[in-house]
Design a protein around this ligand. Structure first.
Ligand code: ADP
Ligand code: MG
Length: 726
């Protein structure tokens, strides 16, 4: 069908719509509505079905309902602790109801018509609603059917004026062209875009509104998936990568020296990765696995594949503390695997000889590892604290360093690699969809292989959205002997903490070790360290006979290493720590994890922390000490008590916080999803993804679908524009 495409409507300023003058245009700009397309995509957040309104005389109690009536009295008064309470009496001719709010800014006037949604209760014989949602419906000629659209409010617009503006915009725009191929829309069982945009605003029935929403959700998901398919296509077909030969003795030596056998999943995934790395195009792969499933070994195997062929490896972590942790744990595992005690051939190059000049009779590591963050620089071949940032930068540039672990510093301009062959990005969802690719620019003339790791599992639908252009490797098997961690919620003034402490004493007597994690302090490493130190001193009095240790982010890496070594060798029974132990710490003999003020941690963080125990055959326990003060905190803690399954917890996390909060509204890819809810719209996501990838397969340059290409470029913006330049 011919008509006006959205990309064109996106270029028409919103003040061209009838009755929208400069003042209203300014109000709209305040909520990022600049064009006619923006206004058309400002869709109702819900609908009121007038036939579903209850009369007060027969309203059911305790259920979510919608009622309507006239406001006959409003009262505002101060109650305890400086709070303000507003109550209003509403009558509908059959009965009356009192609505109560604790919001001092609420504006409600007598003699107006309002619609309230929420639960009705009976309180002292009278009907009452606590903090119901309010909608005002003034006389409005646009609403003829029984379905009333409730658009998100915009300052400066009364609801009926906003509806009128949208109706005018629709008039000016229809018919709206469909840029998605007809056969795709037919297979997906969707209505036309023109109908969808009209019906989402002014539906005749709730069913039509639902159909309209499905179509528009599909469109959003489809645009994003086409962009991802395009990105993948370019990587596979156009980008020049390194075809690693897979030869060399480093990887076999490492795998052979591990103190355990790999799980089936680890073997499969390492094989997948090595096969990928041998291909001439760059690897672009996501490694997912449960906490404790053994991702570190897999990542190191990928790095060694590059290193043994004469390339360098890089590991990028989202925070300084995590980078230090990775440095320590990689150093540790390389040592275990014997790659530290072997001698390097120092006669190979004169440069290296002089570098190691004074230490030449010491044993040198086979893999030279460096740590580089904004505040620390370390290497595993010289004593801690003896190297500078400049040294490390120089050694990365001349190839002395084989493997570097760092933060965002790794993508800064002053850092040049000698020959970067493979990079691991430890994502933690913190790097954007298009941003993570920038590590690739660190190699000249080719793209290094890229492995993205998530610290905790993420729901499949999310993987398809945020990581939709990546191949997926899944570690779906735990090393043998793991059992779920028994988790309980301890409310400090209700449950006796002394019982937990007794339990700790018995576990230590049985030979086990304990972690105590202190609360987060406003994102400040310094304050966190202070509070952990205070807790350490307090617990020393609680456990006079136990050996206590302290670990926090303000300590020097070498001191941290010393504490960890002491814990590993059981010279410490109980380790008091900040959340620095969140990731990567591995102490199989520890069987108890106590998290203080657990309500202050996020769900994936709690799951990570709990993952520090239950790593060997010992039955393990996690105590979440918390007095949750919000609903969300309570739900996080009950989810932890209910399950040990990271994929389950990840879905709960998404549900509790919503996708906007989990990924930040600025996250490219996610910010383009205004209507779609990746949990609820799973079916549409799957079909949009299949169709998008099939379309790019058929028409990689979108030459036969230029309208669609134009639309994606316009609506997704700068981030993806480069994907569609022909
Ligand atoms: P993740 O990073 O996936 O949370 P790690 O890589 O830290 O997990 O590994 C968790 C623990 O399991 C470590 O103690 C590691 O040494 C151990 N481990 C890894 N693979 C195996 C295996 N195949 N068999 C036994 N233990 C293993
Ligand atoms: Mg790990």
């Amino acid at each position: 069908m011919a008509g006006r495409p959205l990309s064109y409507l996106a270029s028409v300023p919103v003040d061209r719509v009838k009755n929208i003058g400069p003042a209203r245009a300014k109000a709209l700009a305040g909520v990022d509505i600049y064009s006619v397309a923006d206004l058309l995509l400002h869709v109702p957040r819900r609908y009121l079905d007038r036939s579903q309104l209850y009369e007060l005389a027969v309203v059911p109690l305790g259920e979510e309902v919608t009622v309507a009536g006239t406001v006959t009295a409003v009262r505002k008064r101060r109650i305890s602790r400086g709070r303000t309470m507003i109550d209003a009496v509403i009558r509908d001719g059959t009965d009356s109801l009192t609505a109560v709010w604790f919001n001092p800014y609420l504006r409600i006037r007598e003699d107006t018509q309002i619609i309230l949604s929420g639960k009705v209760e009976r309180f002292r014989g009278r009907l009452q609603m606590k903090s119901p949602a309010i909608d005002s419906v003034d006389q409005d000629s646009l609403i003829t059917g029984r379905v009333v659209p409730i658009h998100p409010a915009i300052g400066g617009f009364k609801p009926d004026r906003l509806r009128e503006a949208i109706a005018n915009a629709l008039d000016r725009s229809r018919p709206i062209a469909d840029t998605i191929p007809e056969d795709i829309i037919e297979r997906a069982g969707l209505i036309s875009r023109d109908d969808a945009i009209a019906n989402i605003h002014f539906p005749e029935s709730q069913q039509l509104a639902d159909m309209a929403r499905s179509r528009l959700v599909f469109d959003e998901l489809f645009r994003l998936q086409v962009a991802l398919a395009r990105q993948q296509h370019i990587l596979v077909n156009k980008a020049i990568g390194v075809a690693h030969d897979g030869l060399g003795s480093l990887l076999p030596a490492f795998l052979g020296a591990l103190p355990y056998t790999l799980t089936g999943a680890q073997e499969r995934v390492i094989t997948e990765i090595c096969a990928d790395m041998k291909k001439p195009h760059p690897m672009h792969r996501l490694l997912q696995g449960e906490v404790g499933s053994g991702k570190t070994v897999v990542a190191i195997a990928a790095m060694l594949t590059a290193i043994q062929g004469g390339y360098q490896g890089a590991v990028m972590a989202p925070t300084e503390v995590l980078a230090e942790q990775h440095f320590l744990s990689i150093d540790f595992i390389l040592k275990i695997a014997g790659l530290k005690s072997a001698t390097v051939d120092l006669s190979a190059s004169d440069d290296t000889k002089s570098l190691f000049g004074q230490a030449s009779d010491e044993v040198q590591p086979q893999v030279r590892l460096a740590l580089l963050t904004a505040n620390s620089a370390e290497v595993n071949f010289l004593p801690s604290g003896t190297v500078s940032r400049e040294n490390v930068l120089a050694w990365i540039a001349d190839g002395t360093v084989d493997l570097v672990v760092g933060t965002h510093t790794l993508i800064q301009k002053d850092l040049m690699f000698y020959r970067l062959g493979a990079a691991v990005v430890d994502e933690q969802h913190r790097f954007g969809v298009y941003q993570r690719v920038s590590l690739r620019d660190k190699a000249e003339g080719y793209d290094p292989d890229l492995l993205i790791m998530t610290a905790t599992p993420i729901p499949r639908t999310l993987a398809m959205t945020l990581y939709g252009d990546l191949d997926l490797s899944l570690l779906d098997e735990m090393p043998p002997g793991r059992s779920p961690v028994h988790t309980s919620h301890i409310v400090p003034d209700k449950d006796n903490l002394e019982e937990v402490y007794d339990f700790v004493r018995r576990q230590v007597a049985a030979g086990r070790q304990i972690f105590v994690v202190c609360p987060l302090v406003d994102d400040s490493d310094k304050l966190e360290a202070v509070s952990a130190t205070a807790e350490f001193n307090r617990l020393k009095k609680v456990f006079p006979r136990l050996k206590l240790g302290l670990l926090h982010g303000q300590m020097r890496p070498s001191d941290k290493e010393e504490v960890m070594a002491a814990f590993r060798e059981r010279r410490i029974d109980l380790l008091v720590s900040t959340s620095v132990i969140e990731v990567g710490i591995d102490m199989p003999n520890a069987s108890v994890m106590i998290v203080e003020d657990a309500d202050r941690f996020g769900l994936s963080q709690l799951h990570q922390l709990r993952g520090r125990v239950g790593r060997a055959e010992h039955i393990s326990y996690c105590f979440l000490v918390a007095r949750p003060s919000t609903m969300e905190a309570e739900r996080r803690i009950s989810a932890m008590v209910a399950s040990n399954d990271g994929f389950y917890l990840a879905e709960r996390d998404l549900e509790i916080r919503g996708q906007g909060t989990v990924f930040g509204t600025q996250q490219a890819g996610m910010k383009d999803l205004k209507l779609a809810d990746i949990l609820r719209d799973k079916e549409l996501l799957i079909s949009a993804r299949c169709e998008a990838f099939a379309l790019i397969e058929r028409d990689p340059e979108l030459t036969a679908h230029s309208d669609l290409s134009e639309e994606i470029r316009t609506l997704l913006g700068e981030d993806v524009a480069w994907l569609f330049v022909s």
